[in-house]
Design a protein around this ligand. Sequence first.
Ligand SMILES: *Cc1c(COP(=O)(O)O)cnc(C)c1O
Length: 431
Amino acid sequence: MICNNLSVNGEGHLTFAGVDTVSMAAKYATPLMLMDESKIREKMTIYREAMKEYFTEDSMPLFASKALSFKYIYKLADSENIGIDCVSAGEIYTAVQAGFPMEKAYFHGNSKTEDEIRYAMESGAGHFVCDSIEEVSVIDEIARDMGITQKILLRITPGIDPHTHKKISTGSVDSKFGVAIETNQAYELVEKTLALKNIELMGYHCHIGSQIFEYDPFCDAARIMIKFIADTRDMFGFTAKELNLGGGMGVRYTEDDPEIDYRANIRGIAEIVRSLCSEYSLNMPKILMEPGRSIVADAGMTLYTAGYLKEITGLKNYISIDGGMTDNPRFTLYQSPYTVLLANRMNDSCDYKCTVAGRCCESGDIIQEDVMLPKPCRGDIIAVLTTGAYNYSMASHYNKVPKPAVVMITDGEDHIVIKRETYADMIANEV
Ligand SMILES: *Cc1c(COP(=O)(O)O)cnc(C)c1O
């Protein structure tokens, strides 16, 4: 199957991380999100070890926690000895509550508020990744007020357009993120930053987009950024100690997607970084990468219970489920592909075409269009694979639907890591 943590047992049920998904649905009810701890650890380990081996000893992955932010995942990141990337005070708060060592946190975002900046400094967030000169000045002032020197990276727009969905492409000149090299504004930003007293500039960051399968765009970004390091050294006598190459490596959602060898990609990018560093007479900087999707996506799966089958004569079939865009808005937002299976009848032949429709009052609330399944019946368990990234973290209360429970499978044992929301939880702040 599409991922090695999936199988079918003697009862014809789909298994995930060694557990029977149908019995998980019976035990915890649906919609339910299952997570595979060993898969998360495996991916964190691949990045950590490959980066150490191919870049420098202190190089390190940062888990981009916007992909999936809850206490347990920060504990896993800590136990795997990697850093994190946070994009809001809310993510920082969650990491702090999990006891994460915040010196290994990088605080991102193009619109950090003053309150968030103070909170991140009080929490000891090791680095800020700054998006604009105005933001750098605000951080400098707040750091002065607080009597600290804040380490930062500057987010640079390398001017790369990877082949991915427009909404998740971030590296081209016309982006709300970062400051462009092409317009020369990136050089001005470095010069101005170096003049600030309460900021220690550690280096640069770039992030070109998400769900990228080719590996050339990463190499192009590395080339541009190493040259930028050399240029700013020559212009200002400042040598960046750190280079953060962002996240974005793709994930296999369906059999049509290629398998990605993350380790080989990292090795290839490192070869380019190494040869450019020697070309420009630079020591290799500490390299950071920010994988989000590729750490957690295939470590997650969502289970739904099938509701009603609607057959529109001569046109199309819809099977309704007890969740939808409230727990997985990605088809609605990006027409994202997913693999869908009928978890309780894995040995039946998939000869029936239907569209998996969510429960919201919104025609766009679709999980996947025209999938081939055994003809589904009310009560069947529908599994949507590879939902670990940007599902729970993007979940909403639209139509006042509570968020599902998240169950972690650790060494074959299931345990709740996020409780199912109750109706009372949803109105807790209403007065
Ligand atoms: C979204 C994002 C990431 C993570 O991207 P993935 O595709 O999930 O690996 C990393 N860094 C930044 C700055 C991001 O915005």
